[in-house]
Every structure is written in structure tokens, then in C-alpha cells.
Design a protein around this ligand. Structure first.
Ligand SMILES: *Cc1c(COP(=O)(O)O)cnc(C)c1O
Length: 371
């Protein structure tokens, strides 16, 4: 089975091997050396003042960021399940919220954010997804963050990069917390989350720490000393070190970003060539999201006959979209096979005769031979 869901993503064989060693104790010089090396590589990838590794799924890091960086009122951008989640987290802690809601295919507008901030000076933090996985949407986070800081330089921008970090180079100039998760672009099993922090975020966290397990001040104190406040997720941190080495071995982060962008372009062109169109108005590079009433039928045949696992949609998009992963080290022949199989399924469903267009267009665009 080819797992092509936009998280979890497949774990490469050599990374699985790297994690198959004997368990080592986390309070030892051996593990601290691994932690330090991994932290150094992670700081370079994030390009921020600080980075923390937390033993939890991505949502834990979302919670940690909200409670440590929002002290008065949260403006949360909601273009899908994950945007909505930030609001629910704040509400669970009794933090006042204001919502900017959009369709799942629609990016947030800079003007709306500016108007919300001008109307309510108690807003001290904004949450937004860089890539909102619910509809495969890319929000203009960099522009929103810049505009927000122009109105209130102290505002904290919390960016959920769970399907963006490791996918594309992110300009963190105006971002205060950048969140990532192991099971998406990092190609690891679930259970490790990461948060990059700006200098201003570090200052706030240290001045007004909040929470117990998710108290980022205690994590900062420990992780700067190459350890963790509580038992480290040693296996996943060993795996993360191996993934970051593997990214370097395969040409570095910039090469990974370029390959990811190229594969996204080739995938979208192939899908369009067989009559399918993108659901989001501004697609994220992390996945290809297609709107079709036949989504469930297509996914079923793809799985049972062609051994390809794609993701569907949730809530009102259940049965209406399918999503093809574009994160991590995907072999071009895996995407090409998925697209070819998809074209065969379309023929089976009487949509369009099969003539190999999807595979041809993908290959021509990906390898740069398209005229
Ligand atoms: C997967 C995902 C999450 C949630 O992460 P979990 O690891 O499931 O807690 C949050 N935001 C986005 C954009 C995601 O894709």
C-alpha cells in the first residue's frame, strides 16, 4: 500500500532503522549529546531564536503556544478544522476569543485582520495555519503577520506550520511561534511536536510562564541544557536527528523545498489535464486537494485495486474532496503511479477514457521536458 495521505506520512526505512536501537536513559550524557545535535540542526531549519521539542502530537504544541503567548484576547482565523481548534483551545482555558471565519477554500484577508485589530486593542495574539490541511489551503501568513505588527508591534503571531515546516521555506520575520509535528513533513511516527520561538516570544514566556506540562519556560530552561523538563521522547528525537541528516544527505532543505514545489506543480497540472480542479483558491504546497462528488468512490477503488491510500474530507467536505500528500521524500514514481491509477479509476467510473495523460503530464512537468 502506498500511503499518500497528508499526514501521517510514511517513515523511510533508514529512519525506522535509526529508531530501532536499544532504549537509552534520557538523563545520560549519551542522550544529551543526541539531543544537542538534533536541537542545533532544528534551530537551523526553523531559523528562529529558539526551538523546543515536546512529547505530544501537534495539538499539544498549539495548546502550549496559545497559553504561553496569549494573555488577554485571541483572534483566531478559521478556514477549517485546525483553525477552529485554536479557538477551542483558548475557550477551554477561558481566554477570550474573536473569530474570523472563512470558507475552507478561502484564505484570510489582510484587511479583515487589520480591521479586527483596529476595532479591539485587547487582542494580543493571532493564530493562523500556514497550510490549513482541512481544505489544503495556504493562508497569506507572512503578509498578515507583517500588517498585524504594523498596527501592534507587541502582538504575538502563532503560526501552525504542521503541514508547512519542511515543505517550504517560511519567512519567520514576523512570526513568534512556529509549530511543527513529527508525522507530517518530518516523516516520523506521531508523538513529537516542535515550536520555534521569536526573541519576543522567549521574553514573554520567561516573564509570564503558564501551564505545567506545557510550561514553555521550564522547557526552555531544560532544553538549553540539552535535556527536557520531563521524560524525553527519546526514540522520536533520535529519529528526528536521522531525518534532518537525511535531508542534508539528499541535497539540503532548499533542495527538498524545490523538489516539493516542483512535484506540486506537476501534480496539479496532471490533475487539471484529466479534468479535475483544485478545491482551495490558494493551494498549499503540502498536498493536492480536489473537489469531486465522487471522492469516496474514487478513493475506494484506488485503495482496493491500486493499493493507494488517499485522504478524504471532514465535516461538510466528507465525500466531496480527496487529498494527495506532497510532503517529505515522495518518490516521483509513487506520485506518477497514483495519478495514473486515478486516471484509470476515472475511466472505470465513466468520466473520461484512459489515455495516459496524467502520468505523461506529471512526468513532463516534473522532469522539465514539458513544451
Ligand atoms: C495534523 C494537523 C494538526 C494536528 O496535529 P495532531 O498531531 O493531529 O495533533 C494541526 N494543524 C494542522 C494544519 C495539521 O495538518
Amino acid at each position: 500500500m502506498i500511503l499518500l495521505t497528508p499526514g501521517p506520512t510514511p517513515v523511510p526505512e533508514n529512519i525506522r532503522q535509526a529508531m530501532a536501537t536499544e532504549t537509552i536513559h534520557h538523563r545520560t550524557p549519551e542522550f544529551e549529546a543526541i539531543f544537542e545535535a538534533t536541537r542545533t540542526k532544528l534551530l537551523k531549519l526553523f531559523g528562529m531564536e529558539e526551538v523546543l521539542m515536546l512529547g505530544c502530537s501537534g495539538t499539544g504544541a498549539m495548546e502550549a503556544a496559545v497559553i504561553n503567548l496569549c494573555k488577554s484576547k485571541l483572534l483566531f482565523i478559521n478556514s477549517g478544522k485546525f483553525g477552529e481548534r485554536f479557538g477551542k483551545i483558548a475557550q477551554a482555558y477561558g481566554i477570550p476569543t474573536q473569530e474570523l471565519q472563512y470558507g475552507w477554500d478561502t484564505p484570510a484577508s489582510v484587511a479583515d485582520v487589520e480591521a479586527a485589530l483596529k476595532a479591539d486593542s485587547s487582542i494580543d495574539a493571532i493564530t493562523i495555519q500556514i497550510s490549513e490541511s482541512a481544505g489544503g489551503l495556504r493562508h497569506p501568513v507572512e503578509a498578515i503577520a507583517k500588517a498585524a505588527k504594523a498596527i501592534n508591534p507587541k502582538i504575538k503571531i502563532i503560526a501552525d506550520g504542521i503541514t508547512a515546516v519542511g515543505v517550504e521555506k517560511i519567512d519567520t520575520t514576523h512570526i513568534d511561534a512556529l509549530i511543527a509535528g513529527s508525522q507530517k513533513a518530518f516523516m516520523l511516527p506521531p508523538g513529537l511536536a516542535m515550536i520555534g520561538l521569536s526573541k519576543a516570544a522567549v521574553e514573554l514566556v520567561e516573564k509570564e510562564p503558564r501551564g505545567y506540562y506545557f510550561n514553555l519556560a521550564s522547557e526552555l530552561k531544560s532544553q538549553r541544557k540539552s535535556t527536557t523538563a520531563y521524560t524525553a521522547v527519546t526514540t522520536l528525537i533520535i529519529g528526528l536527528g536521522a531525518v534532518l541528516d537525511e535531508i542534508d544527505a539528499q541535497g539540503g532543505a532548499d533542495f527538498l523545498y524545490a523538489t516539493t514545489a516542483k512535484r506540486h506543480e506537476a501534480t496539479m497540472k496532471a490533475l487539471e489535464a484529466i479534468g479535475l480542479s483544485s478545491y482551495p483558491k490558494t493551494p498549499a504546497l503540502s498536498m493536492a486537494t480536489i473537489f469531486t462528488e465522487e471522492s469516496d468512490a474514487i478513493r475506494k477503488v484506488l485503495k482496493n485495486k491500486y493499493a493507494i491510500n488517499l485522504a478524504g474530507g471532514q465535516d461538510h467536505l466528507k465525500g466531496k474532496i480527496f487529498r494527495i500528500n506532497n510532503m517529505g521524500f515522495i518518490k516521483p514514481y509513487e506520485t506518477a503511479w497514483a495519478l495514473n491509477s486515478l486516471e484509470m479509476v476515472m475511466a472505470e467510473l465513466g468520466k473520461r477514457p484512459y489515455d495516459g495523460t496524467a502520468n505523461r503530464v506529471f512526468s513532463e512537468v516534473f522532469y522539465g521536458t514539458a513544451k
